[in-house]
Design a protein around this ligand. Structure first.
Ligand code: NAD
Ligand code: MN
Length: 511
């Protein structure tokens, strides 16, 4: 669409080389509130040339060496000041997060923004790392001194999804900046506002040199390929669907970029016979329906043992019926809207698929009739029983409030089914016997396993996927290291030629 009337809703530009710029095309796209349909703002639609401009800015800012070779302690100090500035604006950020992406106010204020700040703060702290790591003394072939030097990788293109817009922006820019890289961030088109606000706050601090952090909004199919294939970009970090992830790998292949990918999931949540039922029932609801199931790690395949099946399911369905679908700013709301009309249709299609496959909808999701919700994308929770692990509703990521319940007899059988998926992001195990739960956790092929809990992602712990759930890890030192190259430096301490090892070259045998 054309440049909008600025009185209507705010207009957001591209952030390139420390300046806010209009897109070359002068085109903007609206972003909506999925609860009401209201237009919240008009967001610049970058093309490939705008993207290249941002890449050039990030390249120059990296190559001039000021940011990359700054003393780690100094970079850490600046990042701490930036986190302070972001923290001061946290309610503004929470409001944008709720309105643009449809998360509940409870989630925005208790989870998205405060946890994002904790993670950002942790990377500000990790920024003060020791880049030189001595190696054990190596006599190869004679006395030498060896060490590893951790260096930033360079220019990082970072592409994020719509489901946790603020947190995903932090997970990308915080470790990249902490390690001394420069960044071009591309938010999802449905939810650009909290990332734009974050960058605005950072810009207003005046603490980062121009070009170190750039933000480009626009279509994934235009901005994405440019970031992935441009030879001036050294690393791609992507969070999104496995399907687009495969495409990113193809696009990045020609320049063999460093890469981290956080992709989809279909995580198993396993109830053992001796689980604390109250805890496990509520935990299973939390695992599945948090943010409407729009989380990559959602526990959407629930394994329940035959011996406690009837009692467990009765309690689970009873509690699920009490979940309140409503407006995100209502403190009583458990489930707000899903992100878009398209996502709502996908969910409804999957419900039909489940019925056709022969699963039983013991709770059938439908659009609420409340007139207050008429303009938003709302749907009530669905629980399917009689699910077999080979059904599409058990194998494919739905990204909505739909739970597939699978009954099992033996633990071996459930572990086999739990692992029988292309994904491996996360899992849950519920038991009163921690030793037993750990033995199950050890056999699950997933990057995170929660025992008697779910969805807890800590700043220090690695997060990421086995199998087609991704490559690499985010958070903690694991996440920081994904933004560094390691260089081995070998210093010969003997200052002599070594005839044994300069084997192919004719050298004087005696000095
Ligand atoms: P998506 O894959 O459709 O889009 C993700 C981002 O990629 C968006 O910014 C989009 O504009 C961009 N994009 C689209 N096409 C592209 C292309 N051809 N090249 C480059 N970029 C392109 O995903 P989504 O619908 O925004 O998010 C939901 C998905 O994200 C789910 O599959 C979910 O599991 C996954 N996710 C994973 C994690 C994790 O940490 N593993 C976290 C959150 C979400
Ligand atoms: Mn939106």
């Amino acid at each position: 669409m054309l440049h909008p009337d600025t009185n209507e809703a705010p207009v957001y530009n591209l952030y390139i080389n420390g300046q806010w710029r209009t897109p070359r095309s002068e085109l903007y796209e609206p972003t909506f509130d999925p609860a009401t349909g209201e237009i919240l703002g008009y967001v610049a639609k970058a093309d490939a040339e705008d993207t290249r401009e941002a890449i050039r800015a990030a390249r120059e800012a990296f190559d001039d060496g000021y940011w990359a070779s700054m003393a780690p302690g100094e970079r850490s100090r600046l990042l701490h000041q930036i986190v302070d500035a972001v923290e001061e604006r946290q309610f503004e950020l929470a409001e944008l997060e709720m309105r643009d992406g449809g998360c509940t106010w409870r989630k925005a204020t208790l989870m998205d923004i405060p946890v994002g700040l904790i993670h950002f703060r942790h990377f500000a702290k990790l920024a003060d790392f020791e880049p030189l790591e001595p190696l054990p003394q190596i006599q190869f072939p004679a006395l030498s001194y060896n060490y590893v030097r951790r260096e930033p990788i360079g220019v990082c293109g970072q592409i994020i999804p719509w489901n946790f817009p603020f947190l995903m922006a932090i997970w990308k820019i915080a470790p990249a900046l902490a390690a001394g890289n420069t960044v071009i961030l591309k938010p999802a088109s449905y939810t650009p506002l909290s990332a734009l606000k974050l960058v605005e706050i950072i810009h207003d601090t005046g603490l980062l040199p121009p070009g170190v952090l750039n933000l480009v909004t626009g279509p994934g199919q235009v901005v994405g390929p440019e970031l992935c294939s441009n030879p001036m970009v050294d690393k791609i970090a992507f969070t999104g669907s496995t399907e687009v992830g495969r495409d990113i790998i193809r696009q990045a292949a020609s320049t063999v970029k460093k890469m981290t990918l956080e992709l989809g999931g279909k995580s198993p949540n396993i109830i053992l016979e001796d689980a604390d039922l109250d805890l496990a029932v509520d935990g299973s609801l939390w695992a599945t329906f948090m943010h409407n199931g729009q989380a990559c790690e959602s526990g959407t395949r629930l394994f329940v043992p035959t011996s406690i099946y009837d009692e467990f399911m009765e309690r689970l369905v009873d509690r699920a019926r009490q979940l309140k679908v409503g407006l995100p700013d209502d403190g009583e709301t458990d489930l707000g809207p899903v992100i878009s009309a398209g996502q709502l249709h996908t969910i409804e299609d999957y419900i039909q698929v489940g019925i056709q496959e022969g699963a039983t909808p013991v709770l059938l999701g439908e659009r609420p009739t409340d007139p207050e919700l008429a303009n938003g994308f709302f749907i009530t929770p669905t629980i399917f029983t009689d699910v077999r692990n080979d059904m599409r509703i058990a194998q494919e990521e739905i990204f909505g409030p739909v739970l597939a319940v699978i009954k099992y007899d033996t633990v071996d059988e459930t572990i086999r089914m739990a692992n029988d998926t292309i994904y491996g992001l996360a899992a849950g195990v519920w038991s009163r016997d921690v030793e037993r739960a750990i033995s199950v956790a050890n056999r699950i092929k997933a990057g995170t396993v929660w025992i008697n809990d779910y969805h807890l992602i800590s700043a220090e712990a690695p997060f990421g996927g086995y199998k087609q759930s991704g490559l690499g890890r985010e958070l903690g030192v694991y996440g920081l290291h994904e933004y560094t190259e390691v260089k081995h430096i070998h210093v010969d301490l003997t200052n002599s030629r070594d005839a044994r090892f300069w084997y192919d070259i004719v050298v004087p045998r005696k000095e």
